[in-house]
Write a protein that binds this ligand. Structure first.
Ligand code: MV4
Length: 678
């Protein structure tokens, strides 16, 4: 076994690989970019090497520097993770030339699967089922027309060099084929430098079912059953599960054997995934092979009780596969949800910034399940910690949330519960969307196909409404109870210094004011709550109705309240003047208008103007020493391909501009010194 490996990746997969290496007594070398000096993957590895600037092409894609780093640090092997260099045949071969083991398949296997049409020809020879279609070399438009007419419409044109849904055209009628062919070829040549296309029968409502395979250098090859990854949006997987709901044992074996035949046909070694599309009737067809460990591998680990990274290291070191086919049974059901820093309400736009607060459900970081032992109910694989930034340079994934259950119903219930306990402040996330998705009728009843999200759009993107009373009551209870903690008197029974709102005659009354911007109008929605204090709680007066409120229990930010006799639970996290209320999988942000907060602050206007998020300065409009009017643009930043204008908060003087065009700016960094006019 290797004594030291280099992990040529970042984020959760780098941390995941490091966890197994540590368990096996193998030392790890991390590589990192300038943006990742403080990243978790650097912290969890034994050694670390800076390989270049933030942009991946200058760092994580620099195979030459990575190989150099591996040699300089005495690593014997390189684990590529997924993405970056993981499916780069030249890199795999360059490792070998440098005397390093590439932990993955041979370059020849990657190349054989890299071209869709060549792969289909190979698969045809190996007896792997293919969608009815044409994948020949002759690209004469009239021949393609005859083939499409023979197959029958609708047909799908696919760029042979494509992948992940790029370069595809659905053609409904014979007379539309030539124009679709021309446009498909244009996209194929510009995206992949190769205009070869193939023609397939277009399947309606297909499922994406993939088979995990593993081969060693001694000629053994097994399948570790299937994953259903049908729930996707724009070819990005959102939920993955294993086993596939409704899969009969004989079809599972047939798909597994087809996948092993596919792997053997290309001389495969290591972890790979053979992707099929399946009709609703269960018929299945080879699509492509992913020649790497995949993001969603944990669901397979959970149901088979294996550590696939351990298998990768053993196979790369020349050892045989740890298990034979008949030893690979399925135990229970696992579901993975990809938690992203993105905004589902804004077209899933990535949300960059700092994870100011991250509270996760009780979980294990990585743990082996097993045929005999029950796996952990909840596992989280994450490459970030509270306080870390999600930068614009890399994939904005926050974590993979993986749950296991004895059956699908239990796994589903655990997923819904875990999502409602996953609380993040600082960034937009897809957590509430994921919760609606797993609880929705279609996923709950396993009515799966690749169009599930689009078809259920209205249920998955409900109109935002005003904050419900329970949310306002949680916020109120959190504030009111918090104030009671401030007790200057040594004698807790002393009514004169208590902050419980005690009054000698009658009950003390006050008003709490909250606001939110759910309607996304410029006018925020205001909520005014009258509060009357009682010895054991409060009465809330809201919208003309009275509601009895009492705090039942509190554990830091977690509250249990009674509201009109009903139990309500939630977490209230205060960040400045914002109250983040998490309850039942929802996240409401309420601005609290604290009447005391701004006392004595009026002269402090001005000071420094800060970057709202990490990004790049694209224009500096104001000059040092310039007088400006309120609202005038001063600096323009670009982050996530969008421009953000920083404007003068009031009339005043720009004392100093601290950045130049082209500079990278961290979240919260002062951009200019500004002095408000008197
Ligand atoms: C298809 C198909 C329907 N019929 N092929 C999309 C990406 C690539 N991996 C294969 N893809 C598809 N191929 C035929 N003949 C529908 C898709 C497809 C899809 C497949 C898997 C997961 C999500 C998808 C979303 C849209 C279309």
């Amino acid at each position: 076994m290797f004594t030291k490996i280099l992990i040529a990746n970042r984020g959760e997969i780098a941390c995941r690989v490091a966890a197994t290496a540590r368990r096996m007594g193998t030392k790890t070398v991390a590589v990192y970019s300038e943006a990742d000096a403080g990243a978790k993957h650097v912290a969890v590895c034994d050694e670390a090497v800076l390989i270049g600037p933030a942009a991946a092409k200058d760092s994580y894609l620099r195979g030459d520097r990575i190989i150099e780093a591996a040699k300089a640090h005495g690593a014997q092997a390189i684990h590529p993770g997924y993405g970056f260099l993981s499916e780069n045949a030249e890199f795999a071969e360059a490792c070998a030339r440098a005397g390093l083991v590439f932990i993955g398949p041979p370059g020849s296997s990657m190349r054989a699967m890299g071209s869709k049409s060549a792969a289909k020809q190979l698969m045809e020879g190996a007896g792997v089922p293919l969608v009815p279609g044409y994948h020949g070399d002759d690209q004469d438009p009239q021949l393609l027309q005859r083939e499409a007419d023979r197959i029958g419409y609708p047909v799908l044109l696919k760029a042979s060099a494509g992948g992940g849904g790029k370069g595809m055209r659905v053609v409904e009628r014979s007379e539309d084929l030539q124009s679709a062919l021309a446009s498909c070829k244009r996209e194929a040549i510009s995206s992949f430098g190769d205009d070869k296309v193939l023609v397939e029968k277009y399947l309606q409502r297909p499922r994406h079912i993939e088979i995990q395979v593993f081969a060693d250098t001694l000629g053994n090859c097994v399948y570790l059953h299937e994953r259903d990854c049908s729930v996707q949006r724009r070819h990005q997987k959102v939920l993955e599960e294993a086993p596939a709901p409704g899969m009969p044992q004989d079809r599972r074996a047939a798909m597994g054997e087809a996948a092993v035949a596919a792997a053997r046909a290309v001389g495969y070694v290591g972890a790979g995934t053979v992707e099929f599309i399946a009709n609703q009737d269960g018929s299945f067809y080879f699509m492509e092979m992913n020649t790497r460990l995949q993001v969603e591998h944990p669901v397979t680990e959970m149901i088979t009780g294996t550590d696939l990274v351990e298998w990768q290291l053993r196979v790369a070191a020349g050892q045989p596969l740890p298990k034979k086919q008949h030893e690979l049974a399925i135990h229970g059901h696992a579901i993975e949800a990809r938690v992203y820093a993105e905004n589902p309400e804004k077209g899933f736009l990535p949300s960059i910034g700092t994870l100011h607060y991250m509270d996760t459900p009780a979980h294990v970081a990585f743990e082996l399940g097993g045929q005999d032992s029950t796996p952990a109910a909840v596992r989280i694989d994450s490459g970030v910690r509270q306080g870390d930034a999600i930068s614009p340079f890399y994939d904005p994934m926050i974590a993979k949330l993986i749950v296991w259950g004895a059956d699908r119903a239990q796994a589903l219930a655990r997923m819904a519960q875990a999502l409602s306990e996953f609380h993040i402040v600082g960034l937009a996330t897809n957590i509430a969307f994921l919760k609606r998705l797993v609880e929705g009728q279609a996923f709950a009843t396993a009515d799966l196909d690749t169009g599930l999200i689009e078809r259920n759009h209205d249920a998955l993107f409900p109109q935002a409404g005003p904050a419900p009373l329970g949310v306002l009551a949680l916020a109120a209870a959190s504030l009111l109870d918090g104030e009671q903690g401030i007790r200057p008197s040594a004698n807790p029974a002393d009514p004169w210094t208590s902050t419980r709102g005690w009054r000698m005659n009658g009950h003390y009354r006050r008003q709490l004011s909250f606001a939110d911007d759910y309607a996304a109008t410029t006018e925020a929605k205001a909520y005014a709550l009258g509060v009357t204090y009682h010895p054991k709680g409060w009465t809330l007066d809201f919208g003309g109705n009275k509601h009895a409120l009492a705090l039942v229990a509190r554990d830091q930010d977690r509250l249990a309240i009674r509201l009109d006799g009903n139990a309500v639970q939630g977490t209230v996290r205060r960040e400045g003047e914002s109250l983040h209320v998490f309850s039942g999988g929802t996240h409401h942000v309420l601005a609290w208008e604290d009447p005391l907060a701004h006392a004595g602050e009026h002269e402090a206007a001005g000071g420094r103007l800060t970057a709202p998020m990490p990004g790049k300065v694209v224009a500096v409009i104001a000059a040092s020493g310039q007088t400006v009017r309120k609202g005038e643009p001063l600096v323009i930043m670009e982050a996530m391909k969008m421009e953000h204008t920083i404007s003068a908060p009031s009339d005043g003087l720009v004392e100093e501009v601290l950045y130049q065009v082209g500079d990278q700016v961290a979240d919260g960094a002062p951009l200019l010194a500004f002095k408000a006019a008197a």
